[in-house]
Design a protein. Structure first.
Length: 643
């Protein structure tokens, strides 16, 4: 067994940081500061504390910034070399190129862009031997958990049951020796994971360690970057793992003006200015940020030299530095100056679109980027104009560039229905939903006739109902809970009963995704977004989407009362209870498939928290349709939401 402590380490700093775009278009992810110290510097300090004396850092994206950082700062006993990659080589290619740096002794390899605090003795105790080519740091509870390990040996890096017992997340720390080089194919881009898999096929072992009393955080998204700041500060307060990442932070850096309000945590870089009346809550303000009077930075990372005038969230930069040339040109066409405009980048949505909130002085707008691979996204602007023509409240179209797949829309503000419901009384909920239902009835009564000649999405037919059921089966029953195929087939056959009920109903123009997060509360009343999937179908589908919304979790009594309100507003369109609950069952199947799929995408893990409420709504709907669902009901009863 080889127990020699590594004196050499490779630090990976070449990545693009795509989930932090557009911030990483300006700053490489490895140089983003965690409590005032660049991530790369945290990694080097950790390795030095482990006895490492020679480090090789690779660079590709913004390599000049990485190199400037390394050559202009002392590293206290570390001899640092830099490997520039004109073409990015990946985690395997970097080692093949760095063969000159390796010797017979074990070596570390560490991602520069993850926050880590742990002690290395468990790796030394396990060590490497004739059969064990590497040891990897795994986490038992955090992350996607796609690595399978049994008895300290990794069995698979691509688990078909992610998140289940026996699965782990790889934290980006490798303890290996140069024998791995023989399993890295070619001299160009390659993955170290592929090399490990090749070694395993040739009888070698790749071990895994999941030690206790460690700290690890992936900072791939703005939310994760902010959460790492919160956790590290909390660790410092309690003296727990992660505190080392806070030691040299200038968390108490004075701002240039007084009278601003701060809560939660605040990490402020050099030359940050906050005017009286400005506020910040859980914010990372990078160098030169200015919070004007009335500026409100909440749960946000703000790029250097950004002037904040209104409320911003998540990630904010000037439009000139963050938007693409065509987007800046569209702004100029409506009289906006990109250099004077702040862009705030919202949470990714499930419709292959990105929303960017723009603010310049008193003017506000929403830039929408969309993927034309989803045909419905091209329909947003014509559908908005159609809905406004019949009196529905939807965003005004300020500019449209279909060739560039971008639109500029009216900004409806910050308050959607789901937020309002959290603090609303029972009486207020009744009032809010009545106002929404007035708009829904207008859509259902007038929409179909007005849409004649307008391109809609395909109507609800047996084919679409079948697609929604199969979506539920593929992403929830198979991928999420690993249900047996015989049960899946039986459950889908039971769900076909909903299709038969819904196909007998009259068709109206449907929003198709009528949930509380797609309804904004404006001074003029509720307004709709995300209607680009409009199609003809049963009113029960829209009504169930609204009232059985997992984001809102309305009580059964309120749901039945509001179904009565719909009938009162449009007697000839009244939806009977069995039909309504059939629509709810169909909708919940589709929603569960969507939540399960989206929660597996990087940056969208938060969708998983809606699975529990959706399961509750699904069980409630099945119990009230008047049909029997023995297999599906049994599956849902024993299914517990994963954390």
């Amino acid at each position: 067994m080889n127990e020699r402590r590594p004196r050499r380490a490779v630090v990976l700093a070449a990545g693009y940081g795509t989930r932090l775009l557009p911030l990483t278009r300006r700053i490489p992810k490895a140089l983003l500061p965690l409590w005032g110290v660049p991530m790369l510097e945290h990694a080097l300090r950790l390795l030095r504390s482990w006895g490492v004396r020679e480090v090789l850092v690779n660079g590709h994206h913004h390599a000049d910034q990485i190199w400037d950082h390394l050559r202009t700062r002392p590293h206290d006993g570390l001899a640092v070399s830099f490997s520039y990659e004109p073409e990015i080589l990946g985690t395997g290619g970097v080692l093949k190129r760095a063969a000159w740096f390796l010797d017979e002794a074990p070596c570390w390899m560490l991602n520069a862009d993850a926050a880590a605090d742990l002690a290395p003795p468990p790796f030394f105790r396990c060590g490497l031997d004739d059969e064990t080519i590497a040891l990897l740091w795994l986490h038992a509870t955090q992350g996607p958990r796609t690595v399978e390990m049994r008895e300290g040996v990794i069995r698979s890096f691509r688990s078909e049951r992610p998140g289940t017992p026996g699965t782990y997340t790889f934290c980006g720390l490798h303890y290996f020796d140069m024998r791995i080089l023989q399993f890295i194919e070619g001299d160009g881009f390659s993955s170290i994971i592929s090399a490990y898999e090749q070694a395993m096929q040739n009888g070698m072992r790749v071990g895994g360690l999941s030690p206790r009393n460690v700290y690890w955080a992936d900072i791939g998204t703005p939310e994760q970057f902010l959460e790492a700041h919160r956790e590290v500060k909390q660790a410092a307060q309690h003296g727990s793992r992660g505190a080392a990442l806070y030691q040299e932070a200038r968390a108490a850096r004075p701002l240039c003006k007084t009278g601003a309000r701060f809560s939660g945590f605040l990490s402020a870089g050099p030359d940050v200015v906050a005017a009286p009346g400005a506020s910040a809550h859980n914010a990372v303000l990078l160098e030169g940020v200015v919070l004007e009077a009335g500026g409100e930075a909440r749960n946000v990372v703000v790029a250097p030299n950004t002037r904040v005038e209104g409320r911003i969230e998540r990630l904010a930069m000037t439009a000139k530095e963050s938007l693409l040339p065509g987007e800046c040109a569209m702004l100029r066409s409506v009289g906006w100056r990109p250099e004077k405009t702040v862009a705030s980048f919202g949470v990714p949505r499930g419709s292959a679109r990105q929303f960017v909130r723009l603010r310049s002085g008193d003017r506000r707008a929403m830039l929408v980027r969309y993927d034309r691979a989803r045909p419905e996204n091209e329909s947003y602007v014509p559908h908005a104009r159609l809905l406004r023509s019949i009196g529905l409240r939807v965003p005004r179209v300020l500019a449209d560039e279909p060739e560039l797949s971008i639109s500029l829309l009216e900004d409806l503000g910050d308050s959607d229905l789901s937020q309002a419901l959290r603090r609303a009384s029972a009486v207020e909920k009744q009032r809010l939903y009545r106002e929404v239902l007035e708009q829904v009835v207008l859509l259902h009564r007038k929409g179909a006739r007005a849409a004649a000649g307008v391109r809609l999405m395909p109507p609800f037919t047996p084919r679409l109902y079948r697609w929604e059921r199969e979506w539920f089966a593929e992403h929830f029953l198979r991928a999420r809970i690993s249900e047996a195929e015989t049960n899946i087939a039986a459950a889908l056959e039971e769900l076909r009963q909903m299709e038969k009920v819904l196909l007998r109903q009259p068709k109206v123009l449907l929003h198709r995704d009528l949930q509380s997060t797609n309804i904004f509360l404006t001074p003029k009343g509720p307004a709709f977004i995300d209607f680009q999937g409009m199609r003809l179908g049963p009113a029960a589908y829209d009504l169930a989407s609204l009232l059985c919304d997992p984001y809102a979790s309305l009580s059964l009594s309120l749901i039945e009362s509001l179904r009565g309100t719909y009938a009162e507003l449009w007697p000839e369109g009244a939806v009977e209870a069995p039909v309504f609950w059939a629509g709810a069952a169909q909708r919940m199947a589709q929603a569960l498939g969507a939540y399960a799929r989206l929660s597996q995408l990087p940056g969208n893990e938060g969708f998983a928290r809606h699975i529990g409420p959706a399961l509750h709504m699904f069980r409630r709907a099945l119990a009230r349709t008047g049909h029997a669902f023995p297999v599906l009901s049994e599956i849902l009863e024993r299914t517990q939401p994963k954390k």
